[in-house]
Design a binder for this molecule. Structure first.
Ligand SMILES: [Zn+2]
Length: 136
């Protein structure tokens, strides 16, 4: 049984912030920033690809509630919602969303600030086609 399933089953203690029939939210023991929280489905699913629509509904209903509580509790300047699937960053293979309150000079860097280059229309169209074909 994975470590998060053990937390769900109360076999391992955790600082649980939120719980309903399908979802658990608890403090990440690493506390990357103050209030760093994990939100998980109680049912073991490894990653985003295994999460069903039905399972995603209670999970993504709980996330704004918990994020708002973190904002009120810690008054961060912002909050990142991060989910890692497979390599390079997923370490526990039970789907989880990180809620990471952000503070001035908190030292955390997320590399999503690459400036757009020249837009190659054909390249973007081929990217779009590859994905939309999979959604049919
Ligand atoms: Zn699990």
């Amino acid at each position: 049984m994975c470590v998060f399933c053990k937390i769900v089953n109360k076999e391992i203690p955790a600082y649980i912030l939120y719980e309903d029939e399908a979802v658990l939210g608890f403090l990440d023991i690493s506390q990357v920033t103050v209030g760093h929280t994990l939100v998980i489905p109680k049912k073991h699913v490894a990653n985003i690809y295994e999460l069903t629509e039905e399972e995603s509904i209670p999970l993504f209903k709980a996330i704004p509630k918990i994020a708002t509580a973190l904002k009120k509790a810690f008054n961060p300047i912002g909050l990142n919602m991060i989910n890692n699937n497979d390599r390079p960053l997923q370490s526990v293979f039970h789907f989880h969303v990180h809620l990471i309150p952000r503070y001035e000079n908190d030292g955390m860097y997320i590399g999503l600030d690459k400036a757009p280059g020249t837009i190659d229309h054909d390249h973007f169209l081929s990217l779009k086609d590859k994905v939309t074909q999979q959604l049919k």
